[in-house]
Design a protein around this ligand. Structure first.
Ligand code: FAD
Length: 401
């Protein structure tokens, strides 16, 4: 296969820093030499998921090699990479196709979940929650969504009621990534005395507390089961578990929403690149009517459109990363990147299935899995419609709010 024109084009100048280039080379070697064999030895696929013990092994090895904590603030051992470097690193990790991709930097339940909380955390919270996650000893998930509060996150109804030096939590969180194997959760609760008023506060909650239950058991479109519900029934936690000020819960959770939206893009584009590479390989190998299907203009055009759209999405992602690195506010642009990258990645996967014909719809083929996986990115972390709302609001201004 010659994938030299799939973005990023081989031989083209690397867009990030020299340390990031070196980091990517080391992380690719780790994935190739350790994670691919580990997945093969244990029969782990992106759909099957891995047992907690194996995940812990990956987290700790990644930490020992200096990958796991790289996104943390510098005083906690982070590398201080720019956002451009960060998206390039993530893109390379996801383009490896490893089922352990979300565990190398730990974005599912590791350091990226707590890095931004370090500023708010008390010394006691640093010891009990943040440092154990940074050291790869504990896993944490982040719970905002509820059965009746999705896009309208502010409508959340999980209640935290003060009782002496404790809070008592009641409610249900839904679709929480990593919940089935987390040790702690950051739970955003309503702390308003008037349930109609929107006042939210964030709490660290330990899974072992009585009244904390994880309901897994459902699989997402991509066949994965690492998303679950958290049910809180009279779950009593120390008041010392409150994160930051009362009333600042959603602000804290969504404080880095612009950056977080951008940081979903490299995962989608890394995965979409796999779909393009598989399509190029298939178009070259598969013969019909006495010639490779890649000789047919219809197939050529599908591949040309995939590569073109992927290159455009990638340029948008890198442009937004550069803007944010320059310290310029880019709320609308980050939503554009999330919108365009997720819609593009899915179109690329859709065409990849088409190029593969019947082989592309057989379960177990990689493009079939990528088609289902990439469909989800149009929903999570703000649906495409919510991104369009954000972009339009930023463009049209206060007059139409
Ligand atoms: C795999 C996966 C992992 C997730 N992980 C987490 C997690 O770790 N933590 C967490 O808190 N949440 C998580 N979520 C939840 C995710 O953030 C929500 O699914 C998402 O925000 C959409 O909410 P909803 O599913 O309730 O859809 P709804 O809000 O019910 O939306 C349904 C439809 O209505 C549209 N819609 C709603 N409001 C508007 C509007 N104002 N304008 C236009 N259209 C609108 C939507 O775009 C969508 O098409 C996860 C979801 C998935 C699928």
């Amino acid at each position: 296969m010659d994938a030299s024109v799939t973005p990023p084009r081989s031989g083209a100048p690397f867009e990030g820093s020299e340390p990031a280039r070196e980091f990517i080379a080391r992380v690719q070697a780790f994935i190739r030499d350790e994670l691919h064999p580990l997945a093969a030895a244990h029969g782990i696929t992106s759909e099957s998921g891995a047992p907690r013990a194996l995940l812990e092994q990956v987290w700790k090895r990644s930490r020992d090699l200096g990958f796991y904590g790289v996104t943390l603030p510098k005083p906690l051992g982070g590398a201080g990479f720019s956002l451009v470097d960060h998206v390039l690193i993530k893109e390379a990790i996801y383009a490896s196709g490893s089922p352990f991709a979300p565990h190398v930097l730990g974005e599912l339940t590791g350091p990226p979940r707590v890095g931004a909380l370090a500023k708010q955390a008390t010394p006691d919270q640093m010891e009990r929650f943040i440092l154990p996650v940074a050291r790869a000893e504990k896993a944490i998930c982040f719970a905002i969504t509820e059965p009746e509060a999705g896009s309208d996150a502010g409508a959340l109804q999980t209640r935290a009621v003060r009782d002496g030096d404790a809070f008592v939590l009641n409610g249900t969180k839904r679709f929480i990534s990593g919940a089935p194997f987390c040790d702690f959760a950051v739970i955003i609760c309503s702390t308003s005395d008037d349930p109609a008023a929107r006042e939210t506060t964030a709490f660290f909650v330990e899974r072992e507390r009585p009244g904390f239950r994880v309901e897994g058991g459902y699989r997402t479109l991509a066949g994965q089961s690492h998303t679950g519900n958290i049910v809180l029934q009279d779950c009593r936690i120390p008041a010392a578990n409150q994160i930051g000020e009362r009333g600042r819960g959603l602000a804290l959770a969504l404080g880095r929403i612009t950056v977080n939206r951008l940081l979903h893009c490299p995962a989608m584009l890394g995965l979409a690149r796999l779909a393009l590479e598989d399509s190029i390989a298939h178009a070259t190998r598969r013969r019909q009517f006495g010639q490779p299907i890649g000789a047919f203009q219809a197939v050529q055009h599908m591949i040309a459109d995939m590569a073109t759209e992927l290159a455009a999405a990638r340029a948008l992602m890198l442009g937004v990363a550069r803007t944010l690195d320059a310290g310029v506010e880019a709320r609308a642009e980050a939503s554009m990147a999330k919108l365009f990258c997720s819609e593009t990645a899915f179109r690329v996967a859709d065409r990849a299935v088409q190029v593969h014909g019947g082989e592309g719809i057989v379960q177990g083929s990689r493009v079939e899995f990528l088609f289902r996986l990439l469909r989800m990115y149009r929903v999570l972390t703000g649906t495409s419609e919510i991104q369009r709302n954000t972009i339009a609001r930023e463009l049209l201004g206060a007059a139409v709010r």
